[in-house]
Design a protein around this ligand. Structure first.
Ligand code: ADP
Ligand code: MG
Length: 343
C-alpha cells in the first residue's frame, strides 16, 4: 500500500505547473488505496483549465487500463471565465458558488463527468469516462505507451483525410446536439484528438444543454471554429450558417441525416471560390443574435415582416419554419430542393 502511494509522490515532484496541491495529492492517494488507480506517472499535457496525468489501472477483468487523470486547476482566474457556462444550466443552479471558486470545483468535474458519459452513451468517439473525485476526472487514455495522441491542431493531414474527418466531425456535432442534447461550447482543433485515423472529442466540462440560454451563441462559435479549421486544411466545407442550420434543423433525423449531408456537400465551395456577398452574409451571421426559444424573440411580427421583405429569419430552422415562412417544415429543405430538381 505504502509503495503504491510513493508512485504518486514521484509524479508530484515531476510537476512544475503547481496543479497538484496537497488536497489533490490526498485525493489521488485515496483513489490508489481504494484500488481505483494503480499508478500515476507524470503530467502529459496541460490545457486551458486542467492538467492531464497519465496513469494505469491493473484490473482483474480488463487487464492493464491506461488512464488519463484530468485535474482541474484551482486558480481563481480560470474559474471566473467559466461563469457563463454554468450560470444558465439548470442542472447546476443550486450549487454554483461565484465567490468561492474552490467550492465550485466538484461542480466542474461532475459536469465533465456527466457530459462525457452522455457522449459515451451515444457512441460519440471520446475517452471512456470512469469516475470522478473532487478535482480529478478519470477517463481512458487516448494514445500509446504513455504518449497522448496529438490534437487536430498538431497533425498534418492529406486533403482526402481532412475531408473525411470533416464529415465525421459534422456528424458528431449533429449527434451531440440531437442525441446528447449538448453543445460542446469549446469545440476547436485543440479539443479534438487524432488517434487511429479518427477524431476523438475531449474537454466537455464546459458543454451546455442545448436549451441553455446562450446555446445558439456557443453553437455558432463551435461551427465557426470547425469550419475555419477545415478550410485551412483545404476542405470545401459548408458555410458556417449552413452547418449551424444542419445541426439545429428539427426535420433532420437519423434516417435522412446522411442524405442531407451528401446534398449539402455537393453545394460546398472552397473558401477561395466564395464571393464577397457570401462572405458578407457569413459575417452578418456571426454577429447576429439567434434566439433559442420563441420566448426569446423580441418582436416576432417585425422579424416576419422583414423576412417576407427579403430579409433572413435566422431562427427559422430552430423553430421549424420553412424558408419562405409558409408553414412548418415536414422534411429537410435541402431534400425538398433536391426533389424539385429531379422532377
Ligand atoms: P482543458 O480544459 O484544460 O483544455 P483538456 O480536456 O482539453 O483540458 O485536456 C488538456 C490536454 O490534455 C488536451 O489538449 C489533450 O492533449 C490531453 N488530453 C486530455 N484528455 C486526454 C485523454 N483522455 N487522453 C489523452 N490525452 C488527453
Ligand atoms: Mg482543452
Amino acid at each position: 500500500e505504502s509503495n503504491r502511494c510513493r508512485n504518486k509522490d514521484k509524479s508530484d515532484r515531476a510537476t512544475t505547473d503547481g496543479c497538484l496541491d496537497v488536497l489533490t495529492i490526498g485525493t489521488i492517494c485515496k483513489l490508489i488505496k481504494k484500488g481505483y488507480i494503480s499508478e500515476v506517472n507524470g503530467c502529459v499535457a496541460t490545457g486551458k483549465e486542467a492538467s492531464v496525468y497519465y496513469g494505469k489501472l491493473y484490473s482483474e477483468t480488463e487487464g492493464e487500463v491506461h488512464l488519463a487523470l484530468k485535474i482541474f486547476r484551482t486558480s481563481i482566474q480560470s474559474f471566473n471565465d467559466r461563469d457563463k457556462y454554468v450560470a444558465g444550466d439548470f442542472r447546476y443552479r443550486h450549487r454554483y458558488n461565484k465567490s468561492n471558486p474552490r467550492q465550485s470545483i466538484p461542480t466542474w468535474t461532475e459536469k465533465e463527468f456527466r457530459n462525457l458519459k452522455r457522449l459515451n452513451a451515444h457512441g460519440i468517439r471520446s475517452p471512456k469516462c470512469l469516475f470522478t473525485k473532487y478535482d480529478v476526472v478519470v477517463m481512458t487514455f487516448i494514445g500509446d505507451n504513455g504518449w497522448p495522441a496529438p490534437t487536430l491542431k498538431e497533425v498534418v493531414l492529406t486533403q482526402d483525410k481532412a475531408r473525411e474527418l470533416y464529415r465525421d466531425v459534422v456528424i458528431m456535432m449533429w449527434k451531440m446536439y440531437h442525441k446528447c442534447k449538448l453543445i460542446h461550447a469549446d469545440l476547436s482543433e485543440f479539443n479534438m484528438i487524432y488517434y487511429q485515423g479518427k477524431v476523438w472529442i475531449i474537454d466537455v466540462g464546459q458543454s451546455v444543454e442545448n436549451n441553455h440560454c446562450e446555446a445558439t451563441t456557443f453553437l455558432k462559435k463551435d461551427c465557426t471554429n470547425v469550419t475555419e479549421y477545415f478550410n485551412r486544411r483545404g476542405v470545401a466545407t459548408m458555410r458556417i450558417k449552413e452547418l449551424f442550420d444542419f445541426i439545429t434543423d428539427s426535420s433532420i433525423t437519423d434516417e435522412n441525416m446522411e442524405e442531407c449531408l451528401d446534398q449539402l456537400s455537393k453545394n460546398s465551395k472552397y473558401r477561395s471560390e466564395i464571393t464577397d456577398i457570401d462572405q458578407a452574409e457569413e459575417d452578418v451571421f456571426k454577429q447576429v443574435f439567434i434566439p433559442k426559444k420563441l420566448h426569446d424573440v423580441v418582436d416576432y411580427e417585425r422579424d416576419i415582416d422583414e423576412a417576407k421583405a427579403g430579409g433572413d429569419l435566422y431562427y427559422k430552422r430552430l423553430v421549424g419554419l420553412k424558408a419562405d415562412l409558409s408553414g412548418t417544415v415536414q422534411q429537410p429543405e435541402i431534400l425538398e430542393k433536391k426533389q424539385e430538381k429531379e422532377q
